[in-house]
Unconditional design. Structure first.
Length: 356
């Protein structure tokens, strides 16, 4: 009886901390929306929860609470796919062809930064510098003796900075008239359409099952995203997500990023942020240089190229594209290619004897 009671108490505590994080995140999102910030519900939630975490307020968003939010976001991102996306993707052969070169240069520069400037050991510098997903880089690094906490914090801070900086930069320099409009993924009515319950439920349930069975990376996000994308790309459904539900998913996403800094002291947080800022500036400079060059050569939208090549997370960058009326499907495909390339190439290229 006692273990069961303790387990229930733990579940209740985790749930309450997550609800507190969502409340803090929603308040931050409301403030950012009021001042007209881009992607306000993600950025505001992220900033508010980061401050609350460092202040040691009772907020938390662990894997148990992060996964349901990720599944909803997967369904939302999958709904941005459409039958015309394949034709658009054909124009992206050059960016996809050059992606491995971009990743190799980006990874090399960041590993040198963390080895020479930050003074990390070779394994930690290598996996902190790889432009891959947080979970994958932490696991690979830990298997090779790296400091997994440092790797996780560096990647978390990188995503935090990219998500915070990129929407402002793109909105400031990118003329609205030249934006490639993406099909709307939000419903005009505040009430959910009947098809959302049917097809959204199918995407969620089937996606989670398939994602787990196929052992997809970030399966709780990728499974629902894949099923929803197939349903929309084939024209089987065209369900729309209400604005308030999209905003709620964005608040949850922002809260999970902000709460990654829980337990850090302010001094440690500022050091990690400064080191991540250096690598992030390197990555963003390289991203915009490549986007400008490829855009000039192909005529593709530079803002869309910047988001596709950006060193942020798949879900985060796709949400940024969504908020700026750019084509999220292209961003999803490019980031999937990036994740796959890094997952395969990073462990193969790692040499303990050559830290940089």
């Amino acid at each position: 009886m006692m273990p069961e009671r303790a387990q229930r108490a733990d579940v209740a505590a985790v749930t309450l901390r997550f609800l507190a994080a969502v409340a803090v995140g929603a308040a931050g999102g409301g403030v950012f929306a009021a001042i007209g910030a881009p992607l306000p519900w993600v950025l505001g939630s992220m900033a508010a929860c980061a401050v609350a975490s460092i202040a040691r307020l009772p907020v938390a968003a662990g894997s148990a609470t992060r996964r349901p939010m990720a599944a909803v976001i997967g369904v939302v991102l999958g709904s941005s796919f459409h039958p015309g996306l394949l034709a658009l993707a054909r124009a992206w052969w050059l960016p996809l062809l050059l992606l491995p070169v971009f990743l190799a240069v980006a990874g090399l520069l960041c590993v040198i930064w963390f080895r020479r400037i930050a003074g990390f050991d070779p394994a930690t510098a290598y996996f902190a510098g790889m432009p891959g997903g947080i979970a994958e880089m932490v696991v690979m690094g830990a298997e090779r003796g790296a400091d997994e906490r440092t790797i996780g914090l560096i990647h978390g801070a990188r995503i935090f900075l990219v998500v915070f900086i990129l929407p402002f930069v793109i909105r400031h320099f990118h003329a609205p008239a030249s934006v490639v409009a993406a099909p709307s993924v939000t419903a005009a009515s505040p009430w959910p359409e009947p098809s959302l319950f049917l097809w959204g439920g199918v995407s969620l349930a089937l996606g989670l099952v398939l994602g787990r069975l196929l052992r997809l990376p970030a399966w709780h996000l990728m499974g629902p995203l894949a099923v929803s994308a197939v349903l929309h790309a084939t024209g089987m459904t065209d369900f729309r997500v209400p604005v308030w539900l999209l905003a709620a998913a964005q608040v949850g996403l922002g809260a999970t990023i902000g709460c990654r800094f829980a337990g850090l002291k302010l001094r440690a947080f500022l050091r990690i942020l400064a080191l991540a800022a250096g690598s992030t500036l390197i990555l963003l400079a390289l991203t915009f240089a490549c986007a400008a060059a490829i855009g000039r050569a192909t005529g593709l939208d530079v803002a869309l190229l910047a988001l596709a090549y950006s060193p942020g997370g798949l879900a985060e960058m796709s949400m940024v594209a969504l908020s700026l009326a750019l084509e999220p499907g292209v961003v999803v495909v490019t980031h999937l290619a990036r994740v796959a390339l890094v997952l395969v190439a990073a462990p193969l290229a790692y040499r303990p004897e050559t830290p940089s």
